[in-house]
Design a protein around this ligand. Sequence first.
Ligand code: FAD
Length: 520
Amino acid sequence: LTFLLLLANALTGALTMSDKRSCPSCTRDFISLAALKLDGKLSFSQIADASRDFGNIHHNSPAAVLYPGSVNDIAKVVRCVYASSSNLTIAAKGAGHSIYGQAQARDGIVIEMSTLKGIEVFPGAFGDAPYVDARGGELWIDVVKATMEVGLTPRSFTDYLHLSVGGTLSNAGVSGQAFRYGPQINNVFQLEVVTGKGEIVSCSPIQNADLFFAVLGGLGQFGIITKARIILEPSPQRVRWIRALYSDFSKFTKDQEMLISQPHSRSFDYVEGSVVASTEECPGSWKPKTFPLESDNVTGGSGSPTTDSPVLYCLEVTKNYFEHESSTIEEKISPMLASLGHIPSMVSVQDTPYLSFLERVHESELKLREKGLWSAPHPWLNLFIPKSQIIDFAAWAFEKHLRHGINGPMLIYPLDRMKWDPRMSAITPHEDIFYLVGFLGYASPSVDHSLERLHNKISETLKYCNRNRISYKQYIPNYSSVGEWILHFGEFWPGFVDRKLKYDPKAILSPGQRIFSRFR
Ligand code: FAD
């Protein structure tokens, strides 16, 4: 019965919840909340940052922001809200790099996770694997810097490291290492979580396992991650970073798929790729304009390739190494490169410190900030597309619909579903190999790249997929109806609802995902 009630509630109320601004009973709650004895503070005035995100499209003001000084602060606030019968909600905010308001809580409470600090590295001894314990609001860049001090590193990353541990673990966290180690959510030993009832629970694959797997990729729906124990490995010192251009999509994807299937010793450590669109003003010219997040573009070849292809495809791979391997790295890489089918002259090779490679997008961020472009609206779309449909999708999306780009990177690289634990909440297509396709544009005042035009390009892409039965799943999903959420989760929807009832029965947490509405 409760299941049916929750489902009915979701179907009828979820999307109107954020419109209900008036909440007389909330006043009583705020009086109780203000009276809580906290190690940090609850502010009713410092709320501006919590009303924005990187997407800069949705701006929902919370009523209050908790700057926690301890995990107990978080638990106390959640318990207080859980005990009330108003429609107050709570969103944990990590780095606020969501696109569509996912870390916002209109008229509710945002928890600014960054004030809860703590990174502790355990190098491992007597055969135990090394790990790091990091607070949920810590940024990955700070985690990596701390682990590198003792010669260790996490294994799986995102392209950009100024994201919080709790924020990426609530989605998946994918990048070019995920083909080998799985997404970041597959590289966690243990979590500490505050559930929607305000309980502080430690969980792992052997202790409170259902909560552990629920929270990983759980879109913040089941608990607030206050600490994560992340797997480490020895950190390389340098990276050989190679980019190669292709004009033929099937050769490009064939090579990507071959590269991710190689044994560790004979493969690269990072495999990604992107679409290089020609500009509208200058068809056939592959200029950096279409790569604002890339620091240096396609270089090292002998000028522009001659090709009839409307776009080019850029394979990006790296090989990590230790300094003592410098003299042999070339001979390791050469045979791997020799087997690839890229345009022979169009290869760029760079050698860089490991940390500089990991910080590559941050370098671009600094340049974009200088130009005021980092804070532009970002109507992004990330899709997981099954391997069997990627060629059809690319022929339409990259070579026709978006051949002039989307004013930002268009990423495409394969992932291996076997590296995703099916007990986690993250949703992928059913095929063993699927592609991450990311459209990461930013709006500008020009008519060509206005927010409306970019929105249209994105929504036409989704319409194409729906019309042509592409079995895609949105990654970092953004839906505007409960029906779409049900479709997104497919056969996993009842399990998702069940876990919600168990761990956040009043649907207090992460209202910005717009899946459930608050139960009183
Ligand atoms: P927030 O925006 O703060 O929160 C995201 C969601 O998680 C919200 O629903 C929030 O309530 C919830 N949440 C936040 N903290 C917690 C917590 N501690 N416990 C429970 N729930 C929590 N993603 C990739 O996978 N790969 C990439 O390469 C990648 N690159 C990116 C590059 C840029 C420039 C940007 C802006 C984003 C990128 N992302 C990438 C997307 C990113 O992983 C997600 O947007 C992620 O949620 C951002 O983390 P955050 O800390 O900013 O989360």
